[in-house]
Design a protein around this ligand. Structure first.
Ligand code: PMP
Ligand code: GLN
Length: 399
């Protein structure tokens, strides 16, 4: 047999699947893979169910059902003052995951360079490489996750075609500031490059931090693709409904990529998402404030265990430095250990780096019910107490 694709052969199973499987095996509370344990708004579930029964289940229009494209255009105007053409500047996809691939396909030729910011979401690098493009990685480091401006500028060059970046950012919880975005915008204009902006957590920011789409900066619209996800905005991650907003000149190529990837997205889910996007401001405010309370609850719990929890300004995720606990291994070993021995799963932050990552941080998802978060903290507390006690008992000491 001829070998399979060499890049895919070299790509492991995603860390989210690996840790969820391990959590399942050990009946652990899964604070690894980021999915809420609530079911999303009931009216949207009812709308999706009704839309399934109304006899419109054949292929919808390739770029999305008209009511969803209109709804995406409307939220662009309502939240960000963006004036976009619902017929030519929106492409509905199967989740942000497909949108990311479609946007990359829309603009990249083999040999083009793409600037990426580590820590990065797990699909970015494999897709860039599969397209024959060349990643140029710029690294943010904990605990401050500051944008290293000189390094970012140095990553841009004559072969740069695009930047792909994520704000609010998974796993760091960073929300890019207006000044950072202005710096990126200047580089993009100087190098005539595209921006692919993964903004799936656009409505999930805390403590007065506001998401600013790069697309809203002066002069940036013509070169920017902005990606949203109903999975995150409505706590319906299994639905896989994403949407790209892009200038018509670029959106036509995103649509062609979509045409060759999945062609369409389930029409009933699209209709229900259209209804969701029209929800009032109170819905969007409650989404963030409920999650902020869950964040604070888990942060307090992890802190009480002795971990040092980093600030989180957006997303579903807290990062904790577990080095104060004196665990002897790296982050992958720590996350495996707490899943198997304490019954709580987390994700090693090194999984979000290509190589050579900091090795003492774990990512915990807090998009869970309060009782689940409390139980997770109690399990960890029991486990670490027992470990400490075992170290101190005479039986454990050498004779
Ligand atoms: N980008 C980021 C940063 C994510 O965290 C996720 C999923 N959690 C995605 C993209 C994928 O979104 P979707 O489920 O809509 O494909
Ligand atoms: N985005 C989710 C996370 O970061 C996982 C999505 C997936 O499993 N592919 O946890």
């Amino acid at each position: 047999m001829q070998p399979a694709n060499s890049l895919l052969a070299a790509t492991g199973t995603t860390i989210f699947t690996v840790m969820s499987a391990l959590a399942h095996r050990h009946q652990a509370i899964n604070l690894g893979q980021g999915f809420p344990d609530s079911e999303g708004p009931e009216d949207m579930l009812a709308a999706a169910a009704a839309a399934l029964m109304d006899g419109r289940n054949q292929y919808p229009l390739m770029t999305g059902v008209p009511e969803l494209r209109a709804a995406v255009a409307a939220v662009n105007a309502r939240f960000y003052g963006l004036d976009v053409d619902k017929d030519r500047e929106i492409v509905v996809t199967c989740g942000a995951t497909e949108a990311i691939a479609a946007c990359l396909m829309a603009v990249l030729d083999p040999g083009d360079e793409v600037v990426l910011i580590e820590p990065l979401y797990d699909t970015y690098l494999p897709v860039v490489k599969l397209l024959g493009a060349v990643p140029r990685l710029v690294r943010l480091v904990p605990p401050r996750w500051e944008l290293p401006r000189a390094e970012l500028a140095a990553a841009f060059g004559p072969r740069t075609k695009a930047i792909l970046f994520n704000t609010p950012m998974n796993p760091t919880g960073k929300v890019f500031t207006a000044a950072e975005l202005a710096f990126i915008a200047e580089l993009l204009q100087r190098h005539d490059a595209y921006a692919i902006c993964d903004e799936v957590y656009e409505h999930i920011t805390y403590d007065g931090w506001r998401h600013i789409p790069l697309m809203t900066l002066p002069g940036l619209f013509p070169r920017t693709m902005r990606i949203g996800s109903a999975g995150k905005t409505f706590a319906l991650t299994g639905w896989k409904v994403g949407y790209v907003t892009a200038p018509a000149e670029v959106a036509q190529y995103v649509a062609k990529a979509h045409q060759n990837l999945t062609f369409t997205t389930p029409p009933n889910l699209q209709r229900a998402v259209a209804m969701g996007l029209a929800k009032d401001d109170a819905y969007f405010a409650a989404l963030a404030s409920n999650l902020a309370a869950q964040r604070d609850r888990l942060a307090a719990g992890l802190t009480s265990l002795g971990m040092s929890v980093l600030p989180c300004r957006g997303s579903y995720f807290l990062i904790a430095d577990f080095s104060p606990l004196g665990f002897p291994g790296d982050d992958a070993a720590f996350c495996r250990h707490i899943t198997e021995a304490a019954g709580v799963a987390a994700i090693p932050v090194s999984a979000f780096y290509d190589s050579g990552a900091p090795g003492h941080y774990a990512r915990f998802a807090f998009c869970k019910r309060a009782s689940v978060l409390d139980e997770a903290v109690q399990r960890l507390a029991r486990h670490f107490r027992a470990e400490r006690a075992a170290k101190l008992t005479p039986a454990a000491r050498p004779a």
